[in-house]
Write a protein that binds this ligand. Structure first.
Ligand SMILES: Cc1cc2nc3c(=O)[nH]c(=O)nc-3n(C[C@H](O)[C@H](O)[C@H](O)COP(=O)(O)O)c2cc1C
Length: 211
């Protein structure tokens, strides 16, 4: 099921024909209902330039525990779907919480499933750190781990698009989006920086989001 994201006022401000037709895959590291990190990614879709095709990967909790013995065709269906979405994406944006000083295990499991497929190799990616303003390290442990893994899979990390966004859960509105305008504008700027690195042959034309 796909959810169409309506253009917001911010969309109109940042509209640019140069970044209109890129497939943006959004990957949250949280399985939590009401996740702040997922809300940040939904907001990234909402503030992306009109015409961007934004898709949120929603199969994190369905992925089986990674087992190299199973890393062959036919792949488990959720793994197949993950690899398809990554392969079809022009750019990928990650947003993950920190658990116990590192990546959540379920998200590391997702990343482990990407190693054998090779779909992330040379793919432009960025991450947003949306940890609480009270977080002692600002989620640095999670992003150090993420940077290590992205290095292993050969992702092209677009540093100017990586963003630290200290925020509390109450900044997520009842619509599931980040409501604070300053944060939305920072997000829009990061998304624009990432979309600017899309492969030249990009042809996507829609702006939709999978819940
Ligand atoms: C088991 C567990 C461990 C956590 N460990 C850390 C941590 O090491 N550092 C940190 O900044 N926050 C830690 N947190 C807080 C989460 O990062 C925080 O609740 C975050 O908002 C969760 O993201 P979400 O709202 O997207 O699910 C931890 C939370 C849980 C449940």
């Amino acid at each position: 099921m796909n959810e169409v994201i309506q253009s917001s006022a911010v969309n109109e401000v940042i509209q640019s024909s140069a970044v209109n037709k890129t497939r943006l895959l959004l990957v949250s590291g949280s399985t939590r209902h009401g996740s702040t990190n997922t809300a940040v990614l939904r907001t990234a879709a909402a503030v992306a330039p009109p015409g961007t095709h934004s898709e949120l990967f929603d199969g994190l909790a369905e992925l089986p525990a990674f087992n190299p013995d199973d890393d062959h065709e036919p792949l488990p269906a959720p793994v197949n779907e993950l690899r398809r979405q990554i392969a079809e994406a022009d750019v990928i944006l990650f947003c993950t919480p920190e658990y116990a000083g590192a990546l959540p295990g379920s998200f590391k499991n997702l990343l482990d499933w990407t190693v054998g497929g090779g779909e992330i190799y040379r793919k432009p990616v960025a991450w947003i750190n949306a940890s609480s303003v009270a977080a002692p390290t600002g989620g640095a442990g999670a992003h150090t781990s993420l940077a290590t893994v992205l290095g292993y899979v050969g992702a092209d990390v677009i540093e100017p698009a990586c963003l630290r966004l200290p925020m509390s859960r109450d900044l997520v509105g009842t619509d599931g989006l980040v409501s604070e305008q300053g944060l939305r504008e920072k997000l829009a700027s990061a998304v624009r920086a990432l979309l600017g690195h899309r492969p030249a042959e990009s042809t996507a034309t829609e702006c939709t989001l999978s819940p």
